[in-house]
Design a protein around this ligand. Structure first.
Ligand code: UTP
Length: 213
């Protein structure tokens, strides 16, 4: 058993101090963690750059995957954790904290987190985001948005429509949400690192819980 963290690439780049605090916090919690790092701005920049060289869509996804692994490897060196590039569907956790990145072209690191939660029999994914949680409308497009405390997977699908293109950006990937729904895995979307401890101690969290009602 482990708890899975989908650590958005944007979180790492936008919140460097919080990223350090996050790893320090994880070391103090009596639980094993598998942390899957996203690509963030370097993935999107590199995909745009590589697109100009006419790479195929599959190769552009692979560019994204490689960026997620650069982030995972750098974080593992910085915070002295284990690192792997194993298939998340077969992953086994031995160490206190293991870092990894993406795996298959067309997935996202949220998809990897969902498969890794299944293979490690984790019932929870913490999706660390630069957003406070899930809103009733896209905060990039609307001003008057409301933060939701709880949302069902079915409702999430209606909020996360969009093409599966290289560099795609969802608050939580609907493909990952499908895997979570099928396997009874809850997802917390939050920017507050204290929410991990709060959730594990059955306390009220600041972010959004995605689960079936
Ligand atoms: P992610 O999409 O998973 O990073 O990977 P991210 O978490 O969004 O970064 P932020 O935090 O939201 O900014 C970046 C891209 O890499 C490819 C996809 O094209 C994805 O959009 N990717 C990633 C894959 O093709 N397969 C994977 O398993 C992971």
């Amino acid at each position: 058993m482990a708890a899975v963290i989908s650590l958005g690439g944007s979180f790492i780049f936008d919140k460097k101090k919080d990223t350090s605090l996050l790893f320090n916090e994880l070391k103090k919690i009596n639980e094993k963690f598998l942390v899957i790092t996203g690509g963030g701005p370097i993935a999107r920049d590199y995909i745009n750059f590589a697109r100009e060289f006419n790479l195929t869509e599959k190769d552009l996804h692979t560019v994204g995957i490689k960026c997620t692994h650069i982030n995972a490897w750098v974080m593992s060196k910085t915070f002295k954790t284990d690192y792997t590039d194993e298939d998340p569907r077969k992953i086994k956790i031995n160490k206190k904290i293991t870092l990894t990145g993406g795996f298959l072209p067309g997935w996202t690191t949220d998809t990897c987190a969902a498969y890794a939660a299944v293979s490690t029999r984790s019932k929870i994914i913490f999706n660390m985001s630069k957003e406070f949680g899930v809103y009733d409308k896209d905060p990039r497009k609307f001003d008057n948005v409301k933060l939701l405390k709880e949302i069902s997977f079915d409702k999430l699908y209606t909020l996360t429509k969009g093409k599966r293109v290289p560099g795609m950006n969802f608050i939580f990937d609907p493909l990952a949400a499908k895997i979570c729904k099928k396997n009874g895995i809850e997802v917390i979307v939050t920017s507050d690192i204290e929410d991990i401890k709060r959730y594990l101690e059955n306390k009220k969290i600041n972010g959004t819980v995605i689960k079936d009602h």
